[in-house]
Design a protein around this ligand. Structure first.
Ligand code: THU
Length: 159
């Protein structure tokens, strides 16, 4: 029997369609992006995380001469958040990624390893995390759960 899995997401034409809080997160992720340490790929990514206490945490990608030792913006930010706010719930993650001097054709989505890391916290807190991903301009995508980016996900419920 063949089956279909649907994923749900929303598309914004550009940042003017975002509400005030979304604009604030976009601005925080964009500012963090400019401080990324990406001397090898020159692909800068910023991430902003909104907590249920209203605080916004931001971070960016950190590269390394031994390439695999570097880390994406999403994991840099979410690990720091969990390390420092272990009891807070993550409401929203906003990612902005683009080359140092340019933009991408499509918004930069979290990589597979970052999706799995986000899933860990979504499963643990038992509340969905909204994920926005964007380039420096153009359309912005929003999913309502990391499961929309990671269907057939493996989480703590299997263990
Ligand atoms: N990168 C991120 O930080 N997040 C993503 O979602 C995609 C990729 C980083 C990793 C590396 O530093 C650079 O972008 C190029 O892959």
């Amino acid at each position: 029997m063949e089956k279909n899995l649907n994923i749900r997401y929303q598309e914004f034409e550009n940042d003017t369609q975002l509400n005030a809080l979304e604009k604030k997160l976009f601005a925080a992720a964009s500012a963090a992006r400019l401080q990324a340490y990406a001397p090898y790929s020159h692909f800068l990514v910023g991430c902003a995380i909104l907590l249920d206490n209203g605080e916004i945490i931001s971070g960016n990608n950190q590269e390394n001469a031994a390439y695999p030792s570097g880390l994406c913006a999403e994991r840099t930010t979410i690990f720091w958040t969990s390390a420092n706010y272990p009891d807070a719930k993550i409401k929203t993650i906003f990612v902005v990624g683009a080359p140092e001097n340019g933009e991408t054709k499509f918004p930069t989505p979290p990589c597979g390893a970052c999706r799995q890391s986000i899933l860990e916290y979504e499963s643990q807190q038992q509340e969905s995390i909204e994920i926005y991903f964007a380039s420096t301009s153009g359309i912005i995508c929003k999913t309502f759960s990391v499961k929309d980016l990671l269907p057939f996900s493996f989480d703590r419920s299997f263990l």
